[in-house]
Design a protein around this ligand. Structure first.
Ligand code: GLC
Ligand code: MG
Length: 454
């Protein structure tokens, strides 16, 4: 494997300057930094202790399968995460996409919200749903970086085609280049940019994309930075699983102590990197399953926690859990709702009666606007919509199912409900955010009611 490609991955180092000693910034930067910092703090504080699992996953062809029009593996992952991990773990998306293309993907695919989003090949780190940037990271990346010089030097290579404007970012210059030309160009470019005084990292991905970044950037470096920040707070996740399919993901697998999964459909350049650099590392597997199904497979393989998605459980009433888990109940409820409307379960009053039997008569859905609806009424109204989405592209998923214990045997579940609906044609659908919802639950161990609302 030519050194131009392997070099950046081998030269992994954790920055020891500004990002970890943020206060020495100018007053404007300090204000911005503290906004990023406070959002990170909220993320950390949401968990009672150290995260049980931190998943750091690439999106295109890893979490998201562009060859699966039904998005089934992504939906399976979502249900698994919300039912079992959301309340004790951290989800990090790490993508090559810019914020613009990332937001487009979110409109197209049934995705849940991550805690942290790393964009533009590890050059932008953002926290929370509002994607507050980590300015300490930005400042660190300014070292030995000048994108004007990169533009000047790359203009000399006619084989390089500039990617769209949205993908040109403050610390990332991106091109398309043919596979057979890539290695030579990368070698010449690293020489010429070095001569101009820059310290850059050149990464080739997907057999077509060439990114030029500051040496300290990249998906791996961004993860190392996050680990360091969590460690500084005594909140280093107990386990980290990194997931990827292409060249820009290779660095993720070099971070100490992480488990890693290359999904079955991984690109040649990542598999070659693995054979040359990491094939004796037993913490890295090449899954036999594609995309998100490969991630689920890795969770099981490394024993990182539950690995059966509620979507793979056909009889939802047959819960084997001996402990009441409100998050699991919310996921199950909406899976039932989806299957009912898609007519994937029998049209039987028995199901509705069962649902009612486990809800208190006074049970309520509470909308954050204050509007309330009796659970029994909601269940009754299901009778009229049985099968109305049969044969259609209709999916429901819940997102950020956060549980708060409000009494010795009662909980408040807050979550977002999403729907994807469309007509018979598979590609013709839209992803819609439907609403924030709250459920109030109580748990009566005597009759093992599974969905009981206050
Ligand atoms: C994404 C980005 C693109 C980048 C590629 C590989 O597709 O949009 O700019 O080159 O990832 O990192
Ligand atoms: Mg990818």
């Amino acid at each position: 494997m030519p050194s131009a490609l392997t070099l950046p991955f081998l030269r992994y180092h954790i920055p020891i300057s500004s990002p970890f000693s943020l206060p020495r910034c100018s007053s404007t930067t300090t204000a911005a930094v503290s906004q990023g910092d406070s959002t990170l703090r909220k993320t950390m504080d949401r968990l009672a202790g150290n995260a049980h699992l931190m998943i750091v996953s690439d999106l295109d062809h890893t979490m998201v399968d562009h060859h699966d029009p039904e998005n089934l593996s992504l939906l399976r992952f979502n249900a698994l995460w919300e039912a079992n991990y959301r309340n004790n773990s951290l989800l990090v998306f790490s993508t090559g996409r810019s914020p613009t293309l990332y937001k487009e993907l979110r409109k197209e695919k049934p995705m849940i919200n991550p805690d942290i989003t790393i964009l533009s090949v590890g050059t932008e780190i953002t926290y929370g749903n509002s994607m507050v940037p980590d300015d300490g990271w930005v400042e660190f990346l300014n070292q030995k970086w000048d994108r004007n010089i990169v533009s000047e030097e790359t203009r000399k290579f006619t084989e390089l085609t500039l990617q769209s404007e949205t993908e040109q970012r403050p610390h990332k210059v991106s091109f398309y280049v043919q596979k057979d030309k890539a290695q030579d160009i990368m070698k010449s470019l690293s020489v010429s940019l070095k001569e101009r005084g820059l310290d850059v990292k050149i990464i080739y991905s997907g057999g077509m994309d060439l990114d030029i970044l500051p040496q300290g950037a990249g998906k791996g470096q961004a993860l190392a930075y996050l680990h360091k920040r969590f460690k500084a707070e005594g909140k280093l996740p107990k386990n980290t699983l990194v997931c990827g399919d292409s060249g820009n993901d290779a660095e993720l697998f070099t971070i100490p102590d992480v488990h890693g999964v290359m999904v079955s459909n991984a690109q040649e350049e990542l598999l070659q990197w693995y054979s040359a650099n990491a094939k004796d590392n037993r913490k890295i597997i090449h899954a036999t399953e594609r995309c998100a199904a490969g991630i689920i497979q890795a969770i099981g393989h490394f024993n990182l926690g539950p690995s059966t998605s509620p979507r793979d459980v056909m009889d939802l009433s047959d819960s084997k859990m001996d402990k009441f888990d409100p998050a699991y109940e919310v996921v199950k409820f909406y899976l039932f709702y989806e299957r009912w409307r898609r007519a994937e379960i029998e049209n039987s009053d028995r199901y509705l009666a069962n649902l009612k039997a486990v809800c208190c008569k006074s049970g309520k859905f509470v909308h954050p606007s204050g509007i309330e609806q009796l659970l029994h009424d909601c269940v009754s109204s299901l009778r009229t919509c049985y099968g109305d989405k049969q044969g259609k592209q209709f999916r429901v998923w819940v997102d950020q199912v956060l549980i708060e214990q409000i009494g010795s045997d009662s909980w408040l579940a807050k979550f977002k409900k999403w729907e994807q609906s469309g007509e018979e044609r598979l590609a013709d659908y839209k992803v819609e955010f439907v609403e924030d919802r709250w459920f109030k639950f109580s748990w009566d161990p005597k009759d093992k009611a599974s969905l009981r609302s206050l």
